[in-house]
Design a protein around this ligand. Structure first.
Ligand code: UFG
Length: 324
């Protein structure tokens, strides 16, 4: 039996591409809308429409033509410091364009939605590991755009307009274990990618932003999740909605934290390359510790991570990096 058709916005980006591949492998028909701004490249999965989400008429046309049963919405701007410098870009791309997408869905009658949210909605949480019930207290425009859309989705769901799952990603890292897909940012800001590129001598040294945090070694602690485990969470979320599950908000992380120094040490071990590290000032807007309470996703979606080892995450990211 053919599985339903799913529309993926941002399907050529880092996380969207892994989900597009997984859904295709599982027999879903995948349609992608992507302006190709993140990577400039199409992926070998799904039917791709290279359009921007701001083009509402074009989006409605695609939805009418393809009639997908659900929408998974990845397309967004994602760099925290950039959101501080250019907030309007973030409110336009992440809030205005999502509203356009939701209105287009309403016009065409699509009522299932998987949303890429972020741990950034918590800001600096009081409780660690942080549960989904913690207050939303974002500390930068990027996090605020994600929190705003979550509020809008709650209202739409309560009004009976749609059912959604908002997945709050913690620190997504790693690459397709088959080596076909991976992160491809033009100017990466993420720790693991920058550390690997330093090992490759693309950068002269790696900066550690702040060593005076209230943590065991003074550097920030994060919950790194393998992109394929995150892709699997999306598949389960989709299956849940397709079998008429009600709206949910779920953390996506392993519930385990690693400090920046631990990550750097593991990168050196996995690559077997030593590189220069420079300790600098704190980066504005970094919470000291961010770890997911993942009981909810494990219980409700029966999500079981497969690549829950920092070494594996870094190994897969390294395999990918070495292709360029
Ligand atoms: N870091 C360094 N040096 C670098 C890059 C990062 O020391 O060259 C540090 C950061 O200061 C931070 C940690 O490594 O303490 C992780 O930083 P990343 O940039 O890899 O990831 P973030 O935790 O900042 O970002 C993630 C998600 C965002 C989300 C944010 C919420 O990628 O989408 O968590 O805090 F908004």
């Amino acid at each position: 039996m053919t599985k339903p058709k799913i529309l993926i916005t941002g399907g050529c980006g880092y996380i969207g591409s892994h989900v597009a591949k997984l859904l295709t492998k599982k027999g879903y028909q995948v349609v992608i809308i992507d302006n190709l701004s993140a990577t400039g490249k199409k992926i070998p999965y799904g039917k791709i429409y290279p359009i921007d989400l701001s083009e509402e008429k074009e989006i409605i046309k695609v939805l009418k033509e393809e009639k997908p049963e659900a929408v998974m919405h990845f397309a967004a701007s994602i760099v925290v410091p950039e959101s501080v410098a250019y907030p309007l870009k973030y409110y336009r791309n992440n809030v205005e364009n999502t509203l356009k997408l939701l209105s287009a869905m309403e016009k065409v009658g699509i009522r299932k939605f998987v949303f890429s949210s972020s741990a950034a909605v918590y800001g600096i949480p009081d409780t660690v590991p942080v549960p989904e019930e913690a207050p939303l207290n974002p500390i930068n425009p990027y996090g605020r755009t994600k929190a705003m859309i979550e509020e809008i989705l709650k209202d739409l769901s309560e009004a009976g307009s749609l059912d959604y799952i908002a997945l709050r990603y913690f620190n997504v890292a790693g690459a397709d274990p088959e080596g076909e897909l991976g992160p491809a940012y033009n100017q990466p800001t993420h720790l693991i990618i920058r550390a690997l590129k330093t090992a490759k001598r693309e950068y002269p040294y790696l900066e550690i932003y702040g060593t005076d945090y209230p943590t065991s070694d003074g550097t920030c602690i994060r919950d790194y999740i393998h992109v394929m485990d995150l892709a699997k969470a999306h598949l389960l979320a989709l299956e849940y909605l397709m079998s008429n599950g009600k709206s949910l908000v779920l953390n996506c992380g392993y519930g385990i934290g690693f400090s920046v120094k631990e990550v750097v040490k593991t990168v050196k071990k996995v690559t077997n390359i030593d590189f220069k590290v420079v300790e600098t000032e704190r980066r504005p807007g970094d919470p000291p510790v961010l770890i997911a309470d993942n009981k909810k996703i494990k219980t409700i979606l029966s999500w079981e991570p497969e690549f829950q080892s920092l070494e594996t995450i870094i190994k897969h990211a390294w395999d990918w990096e070495q292709k360029f």
